[in-house]
Design a binder for this molecule. Structure first.
Ligand code: GLC
Length: 550
């Protein structure tokens, strides 16, 4: 069995996981102190969000030196100890490579700003008049994607914050520099890499205005992206490691190529289409209820499509850029436990490698902040203004942030009830939801029926039953308005997953024979209702995993 198929990855948002020195920010020593917790869950890898030297304008996704550790997170010795301590527990470290852009504080960009032509060619500079950007492309964090540098009389491209300048991957020197970063961390014993927005690295030859969108169609899955990834993987010898690319607004066809073993690009891909089913008109900043039909359609397309072509998915609901899944697709009040477990079951039984984002395994919720001063994220702060410019009142803008802000997923890990949830002895950098009084590791560890126990069990099952890691997949009840269901199969075993994704009972005509099935796990504690005549009833957010030998 290929290792990554039976593996699970635990994502740590370093800044919010565990503080060890009382400054209110999570750090590497904090992570070390919690390795046993991760081990208990059965995770094979930890992915740590960036802790490299950074002005932290985008919480570390603005790297100013890839080869050193930012003092707020610790030292190089701490990171070496983390790698060793993780390895001693059978956990591999995956580090986060932010290679689409650097911080404008990076030495390369500073030299570029000083007018050094060699380093200007590391970035994407274009001539232009001070008030006419080279194209009308928008930054993903709001505003123009270009910034004018008066003394150079040129604009530079930044698809993200103005302090995150896009690198010029068409320059072979840039590609060499980045390979050296990989080699450096590989030599330290890192077992895998996550590549940040890596499908944006190859920009088009000609830059043109986008009259139908924000520009993304010109640089997403760009002209040389596959070639550059193959080169990176080949020249750094990481083909046998676990690598995952974050793919922004990508396509199935491209993700097949990124992750198909024969292309030797990456092990797997994150895509985000399923996390846009609650965007009205495709706009993140316009709210609508999640469209379950669309969610089912997308999962079917991606799960079946990747299988057919031999690609591999990274499966996830949550990360540090997303609101909490239980608040978004579940019901974080009435069916908190059942809906959190159902989301977990659906993802962990899919074909692909599951990623658990810190706190997801506890059913952590959005914090429901009531004031803009509680937000920290640059994107949220920008959009609070932009939404008001577009006509929203303060209250309306806050209501949108309450659902969409990335800070929803960045509140500190809830270790226990009591002061600061056990995250820090100091003042946490961002507020902690009240519900840490009952949503916390200490409580949930004591309870066999907790969400945490469910996650542990799901990871255990993946290692126990080959069908979960390796089986093929086909969706059933395809048109059911409430139930997401699929079948997994190997030659020896078969699995059926039924999940009522709504807060209402759902009726299901049996689509498979009754005999010989064993219930592996379920979201409701109480035993499943018996099929009544021809109809099986699923309670609100009830999900079940059935298995039998073939
Ligand atoms: C990715 C990261 C996100 C960051 C952005 C720019 O989407 O996950 O946190 O802001 O890239 O690096």
């Amino acid at each position: 069995m290929e290792g990554f198929k039976a593996s699970a990855v635990y994502q740590i948002y370093t800044k919010s996981f565990q503080d060890s020195n009382g400054d209110g920010l999570g750090d590497i020593r904090g992570v070390i102190s919690r390795l046993d917790y991760i081990k208990e869950q059965g995770a094979d890898y930890i992915w740590l969000t960036p802790f490299f030297k950074s002005p932290l304008n985008d919480n570390g996704y603005d790297v100013s030196d890839y080869l050193s550790v930012d003092p707020v997170f610790g030292t190089m010795e701490d990171v070496e100890e983390l790698i060793a301590q993780a390895e001693a527990r059978g956990i591999g470290c995956m580090f986060d490579m932010v290679f689409n852009h650097t911080s404008t504080e990076h030495a390369w960009f500073r030299k570029a700003l000083a007018g050094d032509p060699e380093y200007m060619d590391y970035y994407i500079f274009r001539d232009g008049e001070p008030d006419v950007p080279p194209t009308n492309w928008e930054s993903k964090f709001g505003g123009s994607a270009w910034e004018y540098v008066p003394h150079l009389k040129k604009w530079y491209l930044h698809l993200f914050d103005v302090t995150q300048a896009d690198l010029n991957w068409d320059n072979p020197k840039v590609r060499e520099e980045l390979k050296n970063v990989i080699r450096f961390w590989k030599n330290k014993g890192v077992k895998g890499f996550r590549f940040d927005v890596v499908n944006l690295i190859s920009k088009p030859e000609a830059f043109e205005n986008d009259y139908a969108g924000d520009g993304r169609r010109f640089y997403t899955d760009g002209p040389h992206v596959h070639e550059y990834l193959q080169e990176l993987t080949r020249d750094t010898g990481i083909a046998s490691m676990v690598t995952v690319g974050e793919m922004s607004s990508t396509s199935l066809e491209n993700c097949i190529r990124y992750s198909r073993p024969e292309d030797k690009e990456l092990t797997m891909c994150f895509n985000f289409h399923h996390l846009k089913v609650d965007y009205k008109d495709g706009d993140k900043w316009k709210l609508k209820e999640p469209d379950l039909g669309e969610l089912k359609r997308l999962f079917t397309e991606w799960q079946e499509g990747m299988e057919k072509a031999g690609g591999w998915n990274a499966v996830f609901w949550c990360n540090h850029d997303q609101p909490r899944a239980v608040s978004r697709f579940g019901d974080d009040r009435k069916y908190w436990k059942e809906s959190a477990k159902t989301l977990a079951i659906v993802a962990h039984m899919f074909r692909g490698t599951p990623y658990v984002y810190q706190g997801e395994e506890l059913g952590m919720t959005n914090p429901r902040y009531s004031d803009i001063s509680q937000y920290r994220d640059v994107e949220s702060i920008n959009y609070y203004k932009i939404l008001q410019e577009r006509g929203a009142s303060k209250e309306e803008a806050l209501a949108v942030l309450g659902e969409r802000s990335r800070d929803n997923g960045r509140t500190p890990m809830q270790w226990k009830a009591g002061p600061n949830a056990g995250f820090t002895d100091g003042e946490p950098w961002i507020g902690i939801p009240e519900n840490h009084s009952y949503i916390n590791v200490e409580e949930e560890n004591k309870d066999e029926d907790s969400i945490l126990s469910c996650y542990k069990k799901l990871i255990r099952l993946r290692k126990e039953y080959r069908v979960i890691a390796e089986g093929d997949i086909g969706f059933i009840y395809r048109d059911h308005p409430q139930v997401l269901a699929y079948r997994r199969r190997t030659e020896e075993e078969e699995l059926i997953v039924l999940a009522n994704m709504t807060g209402r009972e759902a009726a299901l005509a049996p689509a498979f024979d009754a005999g010989g099935w064993e219930l592996l796990t379920a979201s409701w504690k109480e035993a499943p209702a018996q099929a009544e005549g021809e109809i099986r009833m699923l309670r609100p957010f009830e999900s079940q995993v059935w298995r039998k030998s073939r």
